[in-house]
Design a protein around this ligand. Sequence first.
Ligand code: HEC
Ligand code: HEC
Length: 205
Amino acid sequence: MRMSRSWAWLLLLAVLVAGVSLWNTDRSEAEEPDAKAKSAAAFQQVARVLRHPRCLNCHPSGDRPRVGEKGELHAQNVQRGPKNHGMPGMHCAACHHATNQEIARVPGAPHWSLAPRSQGWEGLDDHDLAVALKDPKLNGGRSLQDLLKHVREDKLVLWGWDPGRGRAPVPLTHADFVKAFETWIANGAVEPAKGTTSRFGDGDK
Ligand code: HEC
Ligand code: HEC
């Protein structure tokens, strides 16, 4: 009688241990897809910002900056030039100064220049945009933390929220953009599935 009772306890213990460890594997397996979905969703928020004209106009895939809400080619035949600062005699800084020139309506911020060709994002879907952004061979040799620092502090990025009279700032606040960027990285910097192209005005800003 004593023996069978302690066997019963042991059996109960074994069942409990097995139960707890099963529950644990269930949980860790369930958490991973959650993190992935969270990361990909956060990136779609990031992608909306990157595709906003205030950013994309300077990150074209060709050799000319774009202007305005519709991304028209820059007037005066302005070109990328050998170092992304314009052609000799037509440097960006000849017209673009360190601050917005409100009367002439010339936008400005320190080190105004065109993003290198490998950092042109036109025509990429959300998946390919995430892949390009993460690739140090394309993104200027940046780690994920370097990218985060760039979107937090870079003067050209910040200009997107202070673009001067007559130009719409990026609609998501800079703080929420940085938060989305952090969430994307903290949950694995996952690329969304192929085929979506997130933009403001899609309904779910
Ligand atoms: C006046 C032009 C200009 C504007 C406007 C601009 N960028 Fe850039 N961007 C650049 C340049 C130039 C670089 C490369 C800088 C370097 O490598 O030091 C760059 C690099 C970057 C990078 C890092 C490289 C990469 O491919 O990941 C990110 C991220 C970025 N920009 C985000 C933005 C966002 C977000 C906005 C809008 C809120 C924006 N940029 C607006 C010119 C611009
Ligand atoms: C001859 C003067 C001049 C030069 C040189 C010049 N720009 Fe501009 N740029 C302007 C003016 C003026 C505007 C405002 C146009 C408007 O809003 O209609 C402008 C607007 C822009 C915009 C549009 C911002 C937006 O989101 O609407 C970008 C981007 C830009 N310039 C990038 C560059 C880059 C990069 C270079 C150098 C490769 C450059 N520009 C060289 C005069 C110049």
